[in-house]
Design a protein around this ligand. Structure first.
Ligand code: HEM
Ligand SMILES: [Cu+2]
Length: 543
């Protein structure tokens, strides 16, 4: 492919502040999103570290009960609505999706920019609630959320507005995938990351309106006191829970499916093996998305629902395990007999497979009725969802940030520094959250400010781990930020990936490719390649 007329990279074009703020280039919008969500990630993480510090010993330690509730609510709500829901789709999804399918941009570039500003406005509205911070937890359960004296409405209004940003992104991606694939790219050749983004987008478009309506009803209830959820007026708080989880279960897949997509791209490249069971891995994303709509009741096993409905929800929940297990087994088969290169993206990917396996296995304990009744609202749940969201999604995001870093910055990070950051994260994370499984099994409830002395050992270990964990994020992000501006120049395709997004210059021109590319015959065909990895040119160039 010739790059003659595309020698100016997207980073060189429109470099002024206004150039960035008014850009319709999907790559720049992705990068703006990236800086924004990482800022919220650090703020929400800081709140978590304070919560953990408070829990280092029984009795009040650094804050009182009310501040504790506020910190925990801010942490949970910001992590979910500000950080991880936009998370991978708005950042790596925006940057990579058009490039991976050989398109110039997304289908609606201006809608893409608008989604960023809608998100930002929503985030600011949510932050207004900090003037009298909400203390309800991120789930806003009625009836307490109807009574709490805090500005919980602003937080829910912010979440409502941010929902539109999520819908816009999903809608944009669906149309882009349908209409803008380059010549030669049939559905059964779609990169796995695109399959994952496609399934995610369906969830974003179909599930988000439900939480939007739920939050509007909550707001109406508080402002007009109409009595949908208020039992004193004949309303039903359990109805709130059903509405809330009808969105919030699918939303966990909005969080994790993009992570699966990233892992599916990285494992074949770094084990020099074709992906095992491409179709199964691809379609399992859709299967997970569809099943996720009918399992929300597993969050409500102890809320007083009928035995019959508990059986049904428990039974249905197991169906999510099938496509998920298909993915994990196929990833492991991909590694089998591979020649594995332990560079940073692969280390993160392997960390993901390990930690997500723990998340999946412990999820089964929560899907089974008898064990859930014991474990419900204990630290077992806290450990389980942090293994999913942090050990899973956050680690996948970091895997992707390292992997595609040379492509979108044109520079290299330092491999040694990346290794130390990964190691710190891996040890810190497991030290923080593994002990919480024991806490939960011993009966320590979640969201509690205080606890009995017998729980202290595990809590103290967890707190020490959390500070190592938090430190690792500062280290990793600091290193990547430094490398983005000061790192050595990258060669075009340092990992010799066969995927389309690597076949253009690094960093790419604004139009992504100099000419409309043709999609390669197969992008996961590594088994047939020789094993030369670092340095040199890729065996195959598109063109
Ligand atoms: C340094 C990393 C993190 C640490 C140390 C941490 C720690 C904590 C702690 C101590 C709690 C309170 C548990 C309780 O008392 O029930 C909590 C709750 C929570 N965390 Fe994290 N967390 C971290 C990262 C994350 C990430 C990346 C997410 C991603 C979505 C997340 C989502 C949540 C949610 C949703 C809650 C529940 C809040 C609620 O119940 O209202 N956390 N976390
Ligand atoms: Cu669920």
């Amino acid at each position: 492919m010739s790059h003659a007329d595309a020698s100016v990279s997207y980073l060189q074009e429109g470099r002024s502040v206004w150039g960035w703020l008014s850009t319709t280039d999907h790559k720049k919008i992705g990068i703006m999103y990236l800086y924004t969500i990482l800022t919220f990630f650090i703020l929400a993480g800081a709140a978590a570290l304070l919560v953990r510090l408070e829990l280092i010993a029984p009795g009040p330690t650094i804050v009182d009960q009310q501040v504790y509730n506020i910190l925990m609510t801010f942490h949970g709500a910001a992590m979910v609505f500000l950080f991880i829901v936009p998370g991978i789709p708005a950042t790596l999804g925006n940057i990579l999706l058009p490039m991976m399918i050989g398109a110039k941009d997304v289908a609606f570039p201006r809608l893409n920019l608008m989604s960023y500003y809608v998100y930002l406005v929503g985030a600011m509205i949510a932050l207004i609630s900090l003037l009298s911070p909400a203390d309800t937890g991120w789930t806003f359960y009625a009836p307490y959320s109807l009574k709490s004296g805090s500005l919980v409405i602003w937080l829910t209004l912010g979440a409502f507005v941010m929902g539109f940003a999520s819908i816009m992104t999903g809608f944009n991606f669906i149309v882009t995938i349908h209409r803008m694939r380059c010549p030669g790219l049939t559905w059964n050749k779609l990169p796995l990351f695109i399959w994952a983004m496609y399934a995610t987008s369906i969830l974003q478009v179909l599930a988000t309106p439900v939480v939007g309506m739920t939050l509007v009803m909550l707001i109406m209830e508080r402002v007009l006191d109409i009595g949908i959820f208020n039992p004193a007026k004949g309303g039903d708080p359990i109805l709130f829970e059903s509405f809330f989880w009808f969105y919030s279960h699918p939303v966990v897949y909005i969080m994790i499916l993009p992570g699966f997509g990233i892992i599916g791209e990285i494992l074949p490249v770094f084990s020099r093996r074709p992906i095992f069971g491409y179709k199964a891995v691809a379609y399992s994303s859709l299967a997970i998305a569809l099943v996720s709509f009918i399992v929300w009741g597993h969050h409500m096993f102890v809320s007083g629902m009928s035995d019959w409905s508990r059986w049904v929800f428990s039974f249905l929940t197991f169906f999510v395990a099938v496509p998920t297990a298909i993915k994990i087994f196929n990833w492991i088969m991909t590694l089998w007999k591979g020649s594995i290169h332990f560079e940073a993206p692969m280390l993160y990917a392997l960390g993901f497979v390990f930690m997500f396996s723990i998340a999946g296995l412990t999820g089964i304990h929560l899907a089974v009725l008898v064990t859930d009744v014991q474990l419900h609202d204990t630290y077992f749940v806290v450990a389980h969802f942090h293994y999913t969201m942090q050990g899973g999604t956050v680690v996948a995001l970091f895997a992707g940030l390292h992997y595609w870093f040379p492509m979108f910055t044109g520079r290299r990070y330092n491999e040694k520094m990346a290794f130390w950051g990964w190691l710190m994260l891996f040890i810190g994370f497991n030290l923080t959250f593994f002990p919480q499984f024991f806490l939960g099994m011993e009966g320590m409830p979640r969201r509690y400010f205080d606890y009995l002395p017998q729980f202290q050992t595990w809590h103290a270990i967890s707190t020490v781990g959390s500070w190592l964990n938090g430190g690792s994020y500062i280290f990793i992000l600091g290193h990547l930020l430094y490398a983005a501006f000061r790192g050595e120049k990258a060669e075009q395709n340092p990992y010799q990936s066969l995927s389309l997004e690597w076949q253009t210059t690094a960093p790419p021109p604004t139009t992504n490719f100099a000419h409309t590319p043709t999609f390669p015959e197969s992008i996961y065909d590594y088994g047939t390649m020789d094993d030369g990895h670092a340095g040199g040119h890729s065996q195959r160039k598109a063109g």
